[in-house]
Design a protein around this ligand. Sequence first.
Ligand SMILES: NC(=O)c1ccc[n+]([C@@H]2O[C@H](COP(=O)([O-])OP(=O)(O)OC[C@H]3O[C@@H](n4cnc5c(N)ncnc54)[C@H](OP(=O)(O)O)[C@@H]3O)[C@@H](O)[C@H]2O)c1
Length: 326
Amino acid sequence: MKFPGILITAAPAGSAASVTELTVEQLPPGAVLVRIEYSTLNYKDALAICRGAPVVRSFPMVPGVDLAGVVEASSDDRFQPGDAVLANGWGLGESQWGGLARYARLPGDFLLPMPGGLDARRVMAIGTAGYTAMLSLMALERAGLTPARGEVLVTGASGGVGSFAISLLAARGYAVTASTGRLHESAYLRSLGAQHVIDRAELSTLGKPLQKERWAGAVDSLGGATLANVCAAMKYRGLVAACGLAQGMEFPATVAPFILRGVALLGIDSVRAPREERLAAWERLSRELDPAKLELTVREISLPEAIPAAAELLAGKVRGRLIVRL
Ligand SMILES: NC(=O)c1ccc[n+]([C@@H]2O[C@H](COP(=O)([O-])OP(=O)(O)OC[C@H]3O[C@@H](n4cnc5c(N)ncnc54)[C@H](OP(=O)(O)O)[C@@H]3O)[C@@H](O)[C@H]2O)c1
């Protein structure tokens, strides 16, 4: 059986990505064969498509950190043909063939049953971005964040993680400040639930080690100088969830916010999060996201469109989420 998929291959100039005809026999071994209905295009997928390494750890590689579809065949007792399933993380699109193809073969441990009330399109509309935003919210609340403690900042606000973080926080009653480089998207950010919108330029150049206390909590998907400034501007015992590096990998901070204000920095990893936490996150996502707001964040594209869209995404021109129809 032949089917289309994006394949990233090693090339003299690094790597090249194209839509290719694949066969089931080519798929890596695994207990469960999934017919994929929807995947997504995340920042990491865009990096893989446009630059290959270091996201792609071995070639050839099918990118796509998320997938949702139906079990076609299974030798794992937990999954039967016809079951609706989803998978994200676990090295999909990095070291394991991922979701940007019509079929994937995976270990059963990678798969979760479709959360109640969601289907493949909606679960991919949420995707790793929504799931990471939920892991961030869960980490902040586990550490004691409540709406009564004050405003919560979301950086990279008009991106995938940022858009979901705003919606989820606002739905829980938090007063959200969105930081964005796209002030012309302010109406969109307010429609998601942001009370205030600030220019990301306020945070993107390294400032003093301790700054005016502004926020009780933060979800940061940028890293770099922004994360250092966010930590420096947290209220006493403020809580920061660090989940991304869209500005940079470095963290040019001092220990001052941590030892003088008791600020806590919480690391968020979606790739290897334990199964129980994944199930809890998806269950909460199925209950707490407003489907109407979800539609506001989504643009559906075809598989061939995913390749040019990857460059757009890296250039910061994509608002919200791109879901890929297989
Ligand atoms: N920890 C995990 O497991 C995990 C999971 C998913 C994603 N991530 C990471 O989280 C980050 C965001 O992912 P995403 O899917 O939301 O990406 P995305 O949709 O591309 O959003 C990133 C946003 O960051 C802002 N931004 C981009 N470049 C910037 C720069 N140079 N300086 C300042 N702001 C910049 C933009 O927001 P504005 O236009 O609003 O300023 C952009 O929309 C990525 O680094 C991704 O790798 C991590």
